[in-house]
Design a protein around this ligand. Structure first.
Ligand SMILES: NC(=O)c1ccc[n+]([C@@H]2O[C@H](COP(=O)([O-])OP(=O)(O)OC[C@H]3O[C@@H](n4cnc5c(N)ncnc54)[C@H](O)[C@@H]3O)[C@@H](O)[C@H]2O)c1
Length: 359
C-alpha cells in the first residue's frame, strides 16, 4: 500500500525498537513501507510502546510483532532470527545512558558487547544458511559519536576519526562497532555502521538532559547543569536521525560508516537557557525560568565537545535536516508539556533526576 521506500526488504528486525529512537524508527517504517517489522527488545526501564501502538493502523496491525528477548540470551535470539529470516537487521538495542554506565558498567558490557556479539553470530548463521535473501541481507549497526572521544575548540568528527572512548557507555559502544567491523572483514557479513550525535524529541525517557529540564521547569524545580555548563553537544532531532537511518539502511554502501549530525552544536548552558525562553512564553508566572538553573559538580570523564561533520551522508545519500533546531526544540518542549501523563507513566517509581546529580 505505501512502499515508498524499502522495496527490496520484506522482513525487517529492529533491535531496541521500544526505546526512544527505535520507536520513532518503527513508527516511520509502519507508515512508509510494506515490510513486516519485528521488534526485538528486552523491555527494560527505557522501553515504551505508546508511539508504536499509536502508529499502527488496520492495514499495518499484522505487520508488527514485539519479540521480548534479551540479546544476552543467545539461544532465544538464534531461534528468533531463524524464525523471522530477516533481510534487514537494524541494531539499536543498547544500554544508552552515560550516567547509568558510570554507576553500573556491567549491564553495558553485557547488552552492548555480548548482546551485539550474540546478534552478529545469529545473523551470520542465518546469512550463511539462507539462499533466497542472501544478496539483499544487511546488518545496520546504530552507534554514537561518543566513541570518538572529546574535541577541543576546533574541528569535528568524521568517518576517519580514531576511536577514543572515555566512559563505560562509549567504550562498550566502541567495542560493539569494532565487532561489527570485524564480522564484516572476517566473515563477510554485509554490514553498515552509523555514528550519530545527541538526539532529542518526543518520547525520550525523562532522565536525559532536555526532558529532565523541561519537566523540572514545569514543576518550578531547580535544574542542575554539570560543571561550568560549557560542554558542547551536537543536537539532532530524532526524526532527522530516523530519516538518515532509512537512507543508510537502504542505500548506504556495505562495509562503510556514515557519521550523522545536523550542525546543531550548543553548550549545555545555552540549550537550557533556550528551553527557559520557550517556557517563559508559556508559563509567564514563573518567568524568568533561568533563575532555576544551578551548577553541580562535573560528571567524571565528561567529554568537552562533540561535533559531527556530516559531509559524507549529505553528499552520497542526499540526507539533510528538515527543520531548524529552534523549531524542533519548541515542538519538543510543547510536546512534553502536553504529554505529562506519558512522562509520569514511564517514570513510574523512578524519581525525576539526572542520574549522578542527585546530591
Ligand atoms: N539517544 C541518543 O542521543 C543517541 C545518539 C546516538 C546513538 N544512539 C544509539 O542509538 C541506539 C538507541 O538509543 P536510544 O536513545 O533509543 O536508547 P534507549 O535507551 O531509549 O532504548 C534502548 C532500547 O534497547 C533495549 N535494550 C537494551 N539492552 C537490550 C538487550 N540486551 N536486549 C534487548 N533489548 C535491549 C532497551 O530495552 C530499550 O528499549 C543506541 O544504540 C544508542 O547507543 C543514541
Amino acid at each position: 500500500m505505501y512502499s515508498e521506500i524499502f522495496k527490496n526488504f520484506n522482513r525487517v528486525i529492529v533491535t531496541g525498537g521500544s526505546g526512544f529512537i527505535g520507536s520513532h524508527l518503527i513508527s516511520k517504517l509502519l507508515k512508509m513501507t510494506d515490510c513486516e517489522i519485528y521488534n526485538i527488545d528486552k523491555m527494560g526501564y527505557a522501553s515504551d510502546e505508546t508511539l508504536i501502538q499509536k502508529s499502527i493502523c488496520s492495514e499495518s496491525k499484522n505487520r508488527y510483532k514485539l519479540i521480548n528477548i534479551d540479546l544476552v540470551n543467545a539461544e532465544d535470539l538464534k531461534i528468533a532470527i531463524n524464525d523471522v529470516k530477516p533481510d534487514l537487521v537494524m541494531h539499536l538495542a543498547a544500554e544508552s545512558h552515560v550516567d547509568r554506565s558510570i554507576e553500573g558498567p556491567k549491564a553495558f558490557i553485557e547488552s552492548n558487547i555480548i548482546g551485539t556479539f550474540n546478534l552478529l553470530q545469529s545473523c551470520l548463521s542465518h546469512y550463511k544458511s539462507s539462499s533466497d535473501n542472501k544478496n539483499n541481507f544487511r546488518f545496520h549497526h546504530i552507534s554514537t559519536d561518543e566513541v570518538f572521544g572529546s574535541l577541543g575548540k576546533e574541528g569535528s568528527f568524521n568517518e576517519g576519526t580514531s576511536y577514543d572512548p572515555r566512559s563505560p557507555y562509549s567504550a562498550s559502544k566502541a567495542a560493539s562497532d569494532h565487532l561489527v567491523r570485524a564480522w564484516n572483514e572476517t566473515y563477510k557479513l554485509p554490514t553498515v555502521i552509523t555514528n550519530c550525535s545527541n538526539n532529542f524529541g518526543p518520547y525520550q525517557f525523562p532522565e536525559k538532559l532536555i526532558p529532565v529540564a523541561i519537566l523540572k521547569l514545569m514543576k518550578g524545580e531547580k535544574v542542575p547543569i554539570y560543571g561550568d555548563g560549557e560542554n558542547i553537544r551536537d543536537w539532532l532531532f530524532v526524526e532527522d536521525h530516523v530519516n538518515a537511518l532509512l537512507q543508510v539502511a537502504e542505500n548506504g554502501r556495505i562495509s562503510e560508516t556514515y557519521c550523522i549530525g545536523g550542525h546543531g552544536e550548543m553548550t549545555n548552558k545555552k540549550i537550557i537557557n533556550e528551553i527557559c525562553k520557550i517556557m517563559d512564553k508559556i508559563y509567564i508566572d514563573n518567568a524568568p525560568h533561568s533563575k532555576l538553573i544551578y551548577f553541580v559538580e562535573d560528571r567524571p570523564g565528561h567529554d568537552r565537545r562533540y561535533a559531527i561533520d556530516p559531509y559524507k551522508i549529505k553528499e552520497e545519500l542526499g540526507w539533510k535536516v528538515e527543520n531548524p533546531f529552534s523549531k524542533n526544540l519548541e515542538y519538543t518542549v510543547k510536546w512534553y508539556l502536553e504529554n505529562i501523563d506519558w512522562s509520569e507513566k514511564v517514570l513510574k517509581d523512578q524519581s525525576l533526576i539526572r542520574r549522578g546529580l542527585n546530591k
